[in-house]
Design a protein around this ligand. Structure first.
Ligand SMILES: [Mg+2]
Length: 390
């Protein structure tokens, strides 16, 4: 089999209202799909992490930098292709956009392998360790409103997420340490003391502020404190982790086994959040997961993007062992977007693929199907309707 073309599709639509996290507000939702075609008529699909205009830059890298390197290669030689591309990009990009671009291509190669052998992805990466995966809902994004107003909106939203049967929920912070603790306190009061609540700072703080917030979160029984400091601040992560009780989660902005090795060696995190669509694809994810396993760090994948990314992550989590095992082990979870209807999740696949229905009907759990490869195929008419042609 030979690769005959690699095409990127950047999809975009305007949101009804702006949403935000600690770094920016955004008005458009973006997804970046990668389509790899072969001479046997089998097409594989992948996805690259990278919102907004980053997706357009990544599209250029996929089509104009990576494609010429791998045209004519056998798509089943995933490791060889990964190493060849990484080696040739190494001098120009060991992290960031080149690796995000490579991720989408690599995922599509795994999809091709699955479709060729009529085998679901989870079986290609180790088989079933868990038949159902607990799902947590993320929402409570920042909005351009006074914090007092947001407090009541977050209360409402947290009640909604809980009523949809999610097993846990995650909120954003980023208005500054004092305001942020007020927000978390109000959500904690609203969901009750026993519900799993996570807090995501998207690296809004320096170490001092992160310590102040972290000590506050200790009192509020927060399940994890996500990306408290900048991803480059390994020392800050390490110090924070020693000084607060709450688990420190991170890694969505870390790349390849080389970056992850450093993050883990520096004892930065209690919970690893690898982003398969950013860190280098499935080939590299499996190595990162092995590193985490060797260091007894639980893995709870970071999930962002369209139904393609969600499908891939559901397979990876299905094949992931509990760390450590036991009669009542602490389980990984699937991260899921609960903000206003995300059509790149609900309306993109040809197949019926509703995580929300599964969560509702199965008390907070979701399961993979036995469809070949990643298990879903993007609808081409849908792609045409939302594709950005710039
Ligand atoms: Mg995050």
């Amino acid at each position: 089999m030979k690769i005959t073309s690699i095409k990127s599709h950047v999809l975009r639509y305007e949101l009804e209202k702006e949403l935000g996290y600690s770094q920016q507000y955004y008005k458009h939702r973006t997804a970046h799909l990668v389509e790899v075609r072969t001479d046997e008529g089998i097409t594989g699909w992948g996805e690259c992490f990278g919102p907004g205009n980053i997706a357009l830059a990544n599209k250029f890298i996929v089509e104009n930098v990576i494609q010429p390197l791998v045209l004519g290669e056998d798509p089943l030689n995933k490791e060889h292709i990964w190493q060849k591309v990484y080696n040739l990009l190494r001098d120009s990009g060991q992290k960031g956009m080149p690796i995000q671009a490579l991720s989408g291509v690599d995922i599509a190669l795994w999809d091709i392998l699955g479709r060729k052998n009529n085998t679901p992805l989870y079986q290609l990466v180790g088989g079933k360790c868990n038949s159902e995966i607990p799902v947590y809902g993320y929402g409570m994004m920042l909005q351009k409103k006074p914090v007092d107003e947001l407090i009541s909106l977050f209360k409402e939203e947290s009640e909604q997420i809980k009523s949809k049967k999610f097993k846990a929920m995650k909120m954003k912070v980023g208005f500054g340490p004092t305001e942020d603790l007020k927000l978390v306190q109000s959500v904690r009061d609203s969901v009750g003391k026993d519900f799993k609540l996570m807090v995501d700072a998207n690296h809004a703080y320096n170490l001092k502020d992160a310590l102040y917030v972290g000590k506050g979160l200790d009192e509020l029984d927060v399940y994890w404190f996500e990306e408290p400091v900048a991803p480059e601040d390994y020392e800050g992560y390490n110090q924070l982790r020693q000084k607060i009780k709450t688990s420190i989660a991170g890694g969505e902005a870390e790349f390849t086994k080389y970056g992850w090795n450093k993050l883990i060696k520096n004892k930065c995190i209690d919970i690893a959040q690898p982003e398969v669509c950013g860190l280098g694809g499935i080939t590299e994810y499996l190595k990162v997961a092995a590193l985490a396993q060797a260091n007894f760090i639980p893995v709870v994948n970071h999930v962002w993007g369209s139904a393609v990314s969600i499908a891939v992550n559901l397979h990876l989590l299905t094949a992931q062992p509990d760390m450590p095992g036991g009669l009542f082990p602490s389980k990984s979870m699937l991260e899921f977007d609960t903000t206003k209807k995300n059509i790149f999740i609900t309306d993109l696949p040809k197949e019926n693929f509703s995580i929300l229905d599964q969560v509702k009907n199965n008390n907070g759990f979701a399961s993979v199907t036995d469809n070949a490869g990643i298990g879903i195929t993007p609808n081409e008419d849908f792609i045409k309707e939302f594709e950005v042609n710039e």
